[in-house]
Structures are given as C-alpha cells and as structure tokens.
Design a binder for this molecule. Structure first.
Ligand SMILES: Cc1ncc(COP(=O)(O)O)c(C=O)c1O
Length: 353
C-alpha cells in the first residue's frame, strides 16, 4: 500500500474545503429566520448576480445535484414533453429517472456527439423529424447540456450558442447541468456569464459540492418564467431547506474571493499532470481530451489491478466501449498522489524480467 491516499474516485470523497467549513461556522451564530428569510440568502443572491454579471437572476438552493437537475427539468418540461441531451448525460444515466418523475412523465431523448458534447447536426436532424405540434408525438421542450461534459470535456461559449440557436428555432428552452461548471470555465477561460445566459442558457444547475462544499447546489434561473414551478417543485420534493442560511453561506463562499476558480484550477491542473504522465506510459491511452478535472484512460487490466493493489481509488471499467477507467481530481488532490499513481502505472507497464 502506498503512503499517500491516491483517491481519484470522485470529488465527493475529498474533504470539505476549509473556506466552506468556515462559512458555515460563521453562519452558526445565534438565531436566524428559517426558509430563506435571513440575510445569508440575500447576500448569496447578490454574490451570484455579481458573478454572473446580471440582475436577471433567481436562485434556488437544494442539497444534491440530482435534485437540482430534476427540479429544473421538472419546471421546464411538461409531462408530454422531452429533454434532448447527450446519451451519456448524468440525467440519463445516473439519476434513477428523477427528471422523468419530477416532470410527471417527460422523456429524455439520447442524442450522439463526440467526447460528450451534443452534436449540433444530430440535434437539428432530430428536431426536423420530431413532428412538433403533432398531438401523437412527444414534444421536444428543452435541450440539456452538461458542462463539463460526462467525458470531461468543456463546451465553449460558441458551442453553447450554436446549440441554443438550433433549439430556439424550434421553440425549445435551454438547461445546463453545471455540476462541474467551474472546471469548465477554468479550462475555457470564459466568464460565467459567457458560458451561461450570454450563450442562451435559461436555467443552470450550479454545483458547488464538486468544488469542495458539502451539499449546496443552486438552480440558477436567468429568466423569471419558470420561477413559480421551481419554487413549488422544490418545496413539494422536500428540498426547500428550513435552515437555509447554511446552504446560502456556502454559495456565497463559492463566489467570494474567487474560491470557485481557485479550486477548479487546482483540480484541473492535477488532472492535466495525471493525463500528461499517463500519456507517456506504454499501454495507456486517453479516451477523451482532458479539459477539466477528469481523466479517462484505457489501460491493461494488469495495470488496473496494480493500482487497486496499491490502494488507488478510481472508477474501474467506467465505460466498456472502449473499456476504460475514470480518475477524478479535486481541490484536495496533491501532486504526490498523482506521482505515486503514475509510478504504479509505470512499474506495471514494464515487462516482467
Ligand atoms: C454531471 C453531473 N451532474 C450532476 C451530478 C450530481 O449528482 P449528485 O446528486 O450526486 O449530487 C453529478 C455527480 O456526479 C455529475 O457528475
């Protein structure tokens, strides 16, 4: 067993960043009104408006990314509607049908695209043949983009604008799953505004958990048109936090002093270090470009075995075509963990003498 942790299973296995803990401890002073009628929620809202450079912003905190996506989609899509997304979208593969449940039966439609990015051509083709307005057919209602994508790649503002243009021509809304929004922004070098409402996103589920907080996701709406549904669905699903100040304090910490960007840059740098190291090891190939804090690597099973034996945590056989592993870095990842993991892989690559 190695002496350093080598934990690349998920950002969720990392400790909470001290700045988020500090924010919660500071908020834990005396009584405060419940259900968002306290100053922390107001301050978090102002911070988000500053970060996204707009007053046209409404925020709904919840405790998990699945809840944020499902409530957002439920508010945007009628039961007879559909969500057009990449086949690998977290909403499709990892949310146990929550978007379908919260929308009272809408369907998710899986579309293709290279390296996790929804293809504009595939979207346009689907919409041409979707029989919009025909009562017999399910009605496309929104597109849902994930940034970072599930393949660890980033959409740029132009990519998003191109997709939203196609969607809007057919009257569709635009949702973005931003569980790793900060990592995408850090890679692309665009502002949060450029990566969201300026490119046509109407509702963003903004993740702070993967940035180091502990359970403060925010549905950020850039239009008031879904607000009633968002507010009632959040309450009805049990996600309107009575002790709201502790969620709001974390959202404010995410924005303040650029913590979101500092943590995302750290995690991205760690992933790049890993990706560069793995690329030089015989028998390893990267399945997707590394544009954020995730590395997807195909390697011989004996190398995966060696990593497990050394105590390394990662998602083995993440996807099977081609078979590959997923490694995730976070604000907490240390260079020594990466170097130790690379050392195990390099040794496993050497032919036995
Ligand atoms: C792309 C994406 N969206 C949303 C989520 C949120 O999931 P959770 O409900 O685990 O917070 C995740 C977490 O893995 C994710 O990777």
């Amino acid at each position: 067993m190695a002496t350093v942790p080598m934990d690349f299973g998920s950002e969720n296995t990392s400790p909470v960043h001290p700045a988020y803990v500090k924010a919660v401890v500071e908020a834990n002073a005396g009584y405060a009104t419940n259900f968002e009628a306290e100053p922390w929620t107001e301050r978090a809202l102002e911070s988000l408006k500053g970060l996204f450079e707009t007053d046209q912003l409404w925020a709904f905190t919840v405790s998990t990314g699945t809840a944020a996506n499902a409530i957002a989609i439920g508010a945007m899509v009628p039961p007879y509607g559909s969500v057009l997304c990449h086949w690998d979208a977290h909403t499709m593969t990892d949310e146990c049908g929550a978007p379908e449940m919260f929308s009272a039966g809408a369907r998710q439609i899986a579309l293709p695209g290279e390296h996790g990015r929804l293809s504009r051509e595939a979207l346009a083709t689907y919409l041409r043949e979707a029989r919009i307005g025909v009562v017999h057919a399910i009605q496309p209602s929104i597109i849902s983009l994930t940034n970072l994508t599930e393949a660890g790649t980033a959409y740029r503002p132009d990519d998003i604008a191109g997709l939203t243009e196609v969607a809007r021509k057919s009257g569709l809304g635009v949702h973005m799953d931003g569980a790793r929004f900060a990592n995408a922004a850090a890679h692309v070098g665009a502002t949060p505004a450029e990566l969201s409402w300026k490119a046509g996103v109407e509702v963003l589920t903004l993740g702070t958990t993967k940035n180091g907080s502990f359970g403060a996701e925010t549905i950020v709406a850039f239009t008031p048109k879904y607000n009633t549904s968002l507010a009632f669905l959040r309450k009805r699903s049990g996600h309107f936090a009575p002790k709201s100040r502790f969620l709001a304090a974390q959202v404010q910490a995410y924005v303040d002093d650029g913590l979101w960007l500092v943590n995302a840059k750290h995690a991205n740098r760690a992933a790049l270090r890993m990706a560069e190291g793995l690329s030089s090891i015989a028998g390893v190939s990267l399945v997707h470009p590394t544009e954020g804090n995730e590395v997807f690597a195909s390697m011989p099973p004996s190398m995966s075995d060696a990593l497990e034996t050394a105590g390394c945590k990662f998602q083995r056989d993440w996807r099977l075509h081609p078979r590959h592993n997923r490694f995730v870095t976070s604000w907490a990842t240390a260079d020594e963990e990466i170097d130790c993991m690379l050392d195990v892989c390099a040794r496993a690559a050497q032919p036995a003498s």
